[in-house]
Design a protein around this ligand. Sequence first.
Ligand code: GDD
Ligand code: MG
Length: 363
Amino acid sequence: MKALILVGGFGTRLRPLTLSCPKPLVDFCNKPMIVHQIEALKNVGVNEVVLAINYQPKVMMGFIDEYEKKLGVKIVCSQEETPMGTAGPLALARSILDDGSGDPFFVLNSDVICEYPLQQALDFFKSRGEGAEGTILVTKVEDPSKYGVVVFDEGTGKVDKFVEKPKVFVGDKINAGIYLLSPKILDRIELRPTSIEKEVFPKVAEEGKLFSMVLPGYWMDIGQPKDYLTGLKLHLNSLAAAGSGELAKGDNFVGNVLVHPTAKIGAGCKIGPDVSIGEGCVVGDGVRISNATVFRGVQIKDHALVSGSIVGWDSVIGNWSRVENMSVLGEDVTVKDELYLNGAVVLLHKEIKASIESPQIIL
Ligand code: GDD
Ligand code: MG
């Protein structure tokens, strides 16, 4: 079985992290976002994954070299010369997705995380019969306006309407960005920039050939810092509920915390709840971290505090410094000792020598 992951787009809402690598390769719980997805696809029998890309091909090739073997799945890039939107890439990769078997293929937005109940999606897709061209996974959210809203029959799952980013309220079940599609749908998609949400799904729905399945478990689009941290909390909760042995235990930890086995944690720290600490990090004594992600290679010196923030790769936070309130530090940022960062978004390779008292972008 085949799958395509939409990994284009510039990830502007996740800057400065996406200035170091494309959004799908930004770490989430110590793995590039799309590794969570590829692992789940492999578990349901997908043997070839197409990454639909439109920039930074070299970085993607590097990723493939590293992960194809590690994950044991064939991974190929399908590169667009100009951004093809969310449907055009399916036309471009048609020869791979439609392998003549008639089997459905998965399509995923690269920035969504959940428990990936893909086997259930497959069973649901099959149960809707021959005429069905697609199954969309849907989830309920409080503010549907920033998503694609799906109106469907609760009994059969048949979609009546698909409205991308509605201006007026039409419903609160939204497109979770995970689809199972029949090769038949490819006949509707031309080789040009096209939006699957605006140009394809509404028509298939009109013909009664689109279905939706409510996603069990948590879901989040982690394409912006605030949602990323909410996603972190949900993901760690779900690991805890599943009794995962991956979560950290000991006096230094409160609530759900993920610590890479190579990270070093000092004495008398209070870490958690809802924290992930990456490969090779060094955390000093008396450090306090809550609801935060600390990427690979970061040093947090003694008595520093990080809360509600994301600390990018190889950054350094000085003694007694406080990084708070949705601060996002890019790769290789140094924060000197005894400073206060309040909602600071700091570009890569910067050295911060004075406190930043109110939310702002440091170029
Ligand atoms: N290859 C390629 N080419 N990929 C693209 C392009 C492109 O031109 N444009 C966007 N993508 C990828 C993005 O990387 C992302 O994985 C996916 O397509 C969706 O784009 P986003 O920019 O993240 O869209 P969104 O979050 O505003 O809305 C989408 O996701 C919501 C769920 O999170 C829509 O699918 C909504 O309907 C949905 O509810
Ligand atoms: Mg998104």
